[in-house]
Design a binder for this molecule. Structure first.
Ligand code: ATP
Ligand code: MG
Length: 442
């Protein structure tokens, strides 16, 4: 992409209510534009990152056996009356009336709707287990939308829903999502710690929140630092192996980790000194087992092997896809701007032409652009007339992992300058060598 043909409205104007660094950087880097309280347009650069996150989430859901679909944002109030949540949900729900006077709402979550889809088609235990998911915009009329996309009112969520015949089977479905989440966050370049969460009215021990540590996090976190070092299950993990699934959960839950809401000072006191970690965290995912909470009132049952119709055991599994854009920046930035993990970076490399008006330099840069593209690197090519300092500052701000800088002198020597954004390290080498070096590091 040639920068002169792109839309990258970087700016120095950041409103004073942008209190945290990710919000400031997203505005400065021209990733989002606020349209109303907690409502944002995703500008091209931000949208690219959002899509990359969405794709990684999709691949890891698919790998764990979940099946993608898409439900609408607008829902009928009547479905929510069936579960009893229409009245319970409160003021966070945006309620709408259509021209026919029917009560509708902008979905804050989709348990009711997916249960309706399920009961319309699935009648036998033989069709289970089933896990359906989508990535769709939600609306919650938060009291205090803030921190940019981290606590928006309209936000993108991945929500998956599992259906099983028994509680034991539902536990396995839960463990699959638990393992898939660890791989997902690992691929996104962040460490998310699973912490026991409030399972809500159903009880039981099956609810975990996944938190990324960051100073701006809304939750206080207490954990045993050992939990940070447990490696993700890995992309070759066998989701069919029930022993391995249970082990993945145990490997982490054996270490103390809790948010302030669930903190148990007595249990924390047993964590060895030197491993006690008190920090702040951002909730990027939340998984629940809720049994028959929706299937019972909504009549979502299947025939078991004896021919009896029994309500299914359900779980739901959310990931804050749009919140993650902010959360990743909170975890990955420095004083000059964003430092994207390669997996979610909007472009792989930024190419800076130092003298776009110099014919030889322009030709050399054009050739480099073609070579980088042919080598599979998505390249943002800055061939604008801006000052060198402005170009460097902008490229650092938007945080692509690599920069290739080409000026007339380097061209004469047959080299380019490769800059590694994360370390600031710069090196002069032939373009081919730079491509190999980027491949090795990516
Ligand atoms: P929170 O405690 O942060 O309000 P929640 O517990 O209400 O979140 P869930 O219903 O568990 O959220 O939603 C699943 C995920 O969606 C959360 O883990 C979070 O990452 C994301 N999410 C929830 N609310 C918002 C929001 N207002 N803006 C952006 N992302 C959100
Ligand atoms: Mg939650």
């Amino acid at each position: 992409m040639r920068l002169s043909q792109y839309f990258l409205p970087v700016t120095k104007d950041v409103p004073s209510d942008a209190a945290i660094v990710s919000h400031q950087l997203m505005l400065r880097a021209g990733m989002v534009r606020q349209n109303g309280a907690g409502i944002y347009s995703w500008l091209p650069l931000g949208f690219k990152v959002l899509k990359k996150i969405e794709q990684i989430v999709r691949e890891e859901m698919d790998r764990a056996g979940a099946v993608e679909m898409l439900m609408p944002t607008l829902q009928q109030a009547d479905l929510w009356r069936e579960s009893g949540r229409y009245d319970d949900y409160g003021e966070e729900m945006l309620r709408i009336t259509d021209r026919g006077g029917r009560d509708m709402l902008y979905g804050p979550t989709n348990e009711e709707m997916i249960t309706d889809v399920f009961r319309g088609y699935v009648k036998s235990y033989k069709q289970l287990p089933l896990n359906l998911y989508h990535q769709q915009w939600k609306f919650r009329d938060e009291v205090r939308p803030r921190f940019g996309v981290m606590r928006g009112r309209e936000f993108l969520m991945k929500d998956a829903y599992s259906f099983d015949l028994t509680e034991a089977a539902a536990r396995v479905s839960y463990q699959k999502m638990f393992a898939a989440y660890l791989n997902t966050f690992d691929r996104l370049g962040v460490t998310a710690i699973p912490m026991q969460a409030d399972p809500g009215p159903i009880g039981g021990d099956l609810s975990h929140e996944f938190l990324v540590l960051a100073e701006s996090g809304e939750s206080a976190v207490f954990c045993d630092s050992e939990v940070l070092d447990v490696p993700a299950p890995g992309l070759d993990f066998d989701f069919g192996d029930e022993t391995a699934l249970a082990a993945e959960m145990d490997k982490r839950t054996k270490f103390y980790a809790a948010t302030d809401e669930k903190h148990d000072a007595a249990a924390y006191a047993d964590v060895p000194d030197g491993r006690k970690t008190e920090a702040r965290g951002i909730e990027v995912g939340h998984i629940f087992y809720f049994g028959t909470k929706y299937s019972e009132p909504m009549g979502a049952g299947v025939q078991d092997s004896d021919g009896n119709v029994v309500p299914i055991h359900g779980g739901s599994y959310g990931i804050g896809v749009s919140r993650l854009v902010g959360a990743i920046i909170e975890a990955c930035h420095d004083e000059n701007g964003i430092v994207w993990p390669a997996s979610v970076s909007p472009f792989d490399v930024g190419l800076i032409s130092m003298r776009p008006k110099d014919e030889a330099c322009a030709a050399g840069c054009d050739a480099a652009y073609d070579a980088l593209t042919a080598a599979g690197f998505e390249t943002l090519y800055d061939e604008t007339d801006d000052r060198a300092g402005a170009k460097f500052g902008r490229m650092d701000l938007i945080g692509l992992p690599f920069q290739i800088i080409i000026g007339p002198k380097a061209l004469e020597k047959g080299v380019v300058e490769l800059k590694i954004r994360k370390t600031g390290e710069r090196e002069e080498l032939a373009l081919d060598a730079a491509i190999n070096r980027m491949r090795a590091l990516a």
